[in-house]
Design a protein around this ligand. Structure first.
Ligand SMILES: Nc1ncnc2c1ncn2[C@@H]1O[C@H](COP(=O)(O)OP(=O)(O)OP(=O)(O)O)[C@@H](O)[C@H]1O
Ligand SMILES: O=C(O)c1ccc[n+]([C@@H]2O[C@H](COP(=O)([O-])O)[C@@H](O)[C@H]2O)c1
Length: 190
């Protein structure tokens, strides 16, 4: 099967992530998208980062009704911070029957050359990129291993959701109802 791996902190998962994953799973040659929840992004030092179990729980609830979307805690058992190439090598070993692509938002492309062994990521799996508003310029526009997926721009971020919660503003419709309910009940990000 051809599978898109959607790595992220998902702190928390929002409707932008869901639209991206569903677009990749239905409007491209990918048959499934797996959300790979990262315990610790090597580039992010975020004081408000929830425990990975809670972020994973929210992802699972958010995608429960979509058979093409799966969540995996694969990185929880690997060394930290979470370097994507290390995880990919393990995934390729574990699932030789599958073909993988790495899904990312365009904002990550400018920094991508600073990722550990980024050339190997391109060689082993290649990228499917979702456009993002205000993404910094990058040099991957014509790269043969990078596919740009045409889709609506989504000006929504986990940062905005966390700020909204801190300021007592509603996050209704920015996250699925089950995620809003869990954030409220557990008093996350306040
Ligand atoms: N609105 C969006 N448009 C395009 N890509 C997005 C969008 N939101 C998230 N992504 C992509 O989803 C992946 C996971 O992102 P992440 O969990 O960090 O969400 P985020 O909203 O960017 O979070 P934060 O605001 O905390 O940085 C990354 O590849 C990121 O580029
Ligand atoms: O491997 C790297 O060098 C690397 C550098 C920066 C980010 N990443 C990964 O990119 C993914 C997206 O991160 P985030 O926090 O923007 O959701 C997440 O899985 C990170 O671990 C990976």
């Amino acid at each position: 099967m051809k599978i898109g791996l959607f790595f992220g902190s998902f702190n928390p998962i929002h409707v932008g992530h869901l639209i991206i994953a569903n677009t990749m799973a239905t409007a491209t040659d990918l048959e499934q998208v797996w959300f790979v929840v990262s315990p610790q992004n090597p580039f992010k030092k975020n004081k408000s980062l929830l425990h990975e179990f809670d972020r994973f729980d929210m992802v699972e609830r958010a995608i429960a009704d979509n058979a093409r979307l799966k969540a995996t805690d694969f990185e929880f058992h690997l060394t930290r911070p979470s370097y994507t190439i290390d995880t990919l090598i393990r995934l390729l070993e574990k699932y030789p029957q599958h073909e993988f692509r790495l899904i990312m938002g365009e904002d990550n492309l400018a920094q991508f050359p600073n990722w550990k062994n980024y050339e190997k990521i391109l060689e082993y799996v290649g990228l499917y990129v979702y456009p993002r508003p205000n993404a910094a310029p990058h040099n991957f526009g014509n790269h043969p291993r990078v596919t740009f997926v045409a889709a609506p721009l989504l000006d929504i971020s986990a940062t905005f959701i966390r700020e909204s919660l801190r300021n007592g503003r509603s996050i209704r419709y920015l996250v699925p109802e089950v995620v809003e309910e869990m954030i409220g009940r557990k008093k996350f990000f306040v």
